[in-house]
Design a protein around this ligand. Structure first.
Ligand code: AHM
Ligand code: MG
Length: 333
């Protein structure tokens, strides 16, 4: 017996977007839900594609089998290139900004995305994800220039992620809270399962790659020591190595995820435009905060599309504590 209302992502988007955004933005988000279903269908077969394998990696259609991250990149492009809603895209998989092919109309939005984050986890069947952000062009008369893509996260119109875990989830915010949908594989529909997500005030987790601790600054190591031994409430450690999965767990249960700078990686590893900024936008919408250790991730204007940035993201007081330790260390040096 089903005893609660069943709301599809399409219905939810139509009902909850402000009047202004109904139409183009709603369709764009729905397009991302379609891309999520296509990528989910393929990620579910991740181990099988090679085993069932097609001779020399050629599939039944005679096409070469692509690695999943290239496949995800192509799906997101193909779903969005022809709709007339976008004027440019930026993907982690593409060196340059992606222009809309000349045969298709241009719109006023820019889509930035990491098609398959945490892809080193694919081979071992561990959760991976897609991250995306949506900006509006700065100049409606000349849409789709590089500078339209190089906007600070503060200008995001919407952002979201898709988590390919035991189930597939799409979580997004268009500035009116954070909402999560779970894909019912039988129905092929994303159903509202997590309305208005708020990061719990009492956190549970901290998530850092401690293998790198010997390279951390003194400020960072003091912060880790505080997280381990002095934080109230007592935290436990979890680190998947797929940022979407780490972020999602900490969003639902409270905590902090971090990828700090190291001497060999002075700007950390995470990319600002299509990884850090969209997740910081979602964190803020859920009552949390994202920082590079000195300032809000949302205030940083990227100088180039693949710029990296140190990341601390989760409960506000945990992230502000990172800023405190890092700024103390900087003052001493
Ligand atoms: P990717 O975009 O190449 O997948 O790299 C990003 C991933 C994040 O998902 C994750 O948080 C991080 O790399 C893990 O890196 P490490 O193995 O150094 O801890
Ligand atoms: Mg990535």
């Amino acid at each position: 017996m089903i005893n609660q209302k069943i709301v599809t992502i399409e219905r939810f988007l139509l009902d909850t977007q402000p009047e202004l955004a109904r139409g183009e933005l709603t369709s764009l988000l729905y397009e991302m839900a379609l891309a999520a279903k296509i990528i989910a269908a393929q990620t579910r077969r991740a181990g099988l594609i090679d085993i069932l394998g097609f001779a020399d990696n050629v599939n039944v259609q005679g096409e070469e089998q692509r690695k999943l991250d290239v496949y995800a990149d192509e799906v997101i492009f193909r779903v969005n290139c022809h709709t007339g809603r976008l004027c440019a895209m930026v993907s982690e998989e593409q060196e340059d900004m992606i222009s809309i092919p000349p045969e298709y109309p241009k719109g006023s939005y820019i889509l930035v995305f990491d098609p398959l984050d945490g892809s080193s986890n694919i081979d071992t069947n561990i959760s991976i994800g897609t991250i995306f952000g949506i900006y509006r062009t700065l100049d409606e008369k000349h849409p789709g220039r590089l500078e339209d893509c190089l906007q600070p996260g503060r200008n995001l119109v919407a952002a979201g992620y898709i988590l390919f875990g035991p189930s597939t989830m799409l979580v997004y915010s268009a500035g009116l809270g954070v909402h999560g949908f779970t894909l019912d594989p039988g129905w092929g529909e994303f159903i509202l399962t997590h309305e208005n997500i708020r990061i719990p005030e009492q956190p549970t987790y901290f998530s850092f790659n401690h293998a790198a601790a010997k390279h951390f600054t003194q400020g960072m190591n003091e912060y880790i020591e505080w997280l381990r031994n002095h934080c109230d409430p007592v935290l436990t450690q979890r680190y998947v190595g797929s940022m979407v999965a780490d972020f999602h767990r900490n969003l639902l249960h409270g905590g902090v995820f971090g990828y700090p700078a190291e001497p060999s990686k002075p700007d950390g590893k995470i990319r600002l435009l299509y990884e850090a900024a969209p997740l910081a936008f979602i964190a803020e919408q859920a009552g949390g905060y994202g920082s590079d250790g000195t300032q809000s991730l949302l205030n940083i204007k990227p100088a180039e599309i693949h710029q990296r940035v140190p990341v601390f993201i989760g409960n506000r007081f945990l992230v502000e504590k990172a800023e405190y330790f890092i700024s103390n260390y900087q003052k001493q040096n």
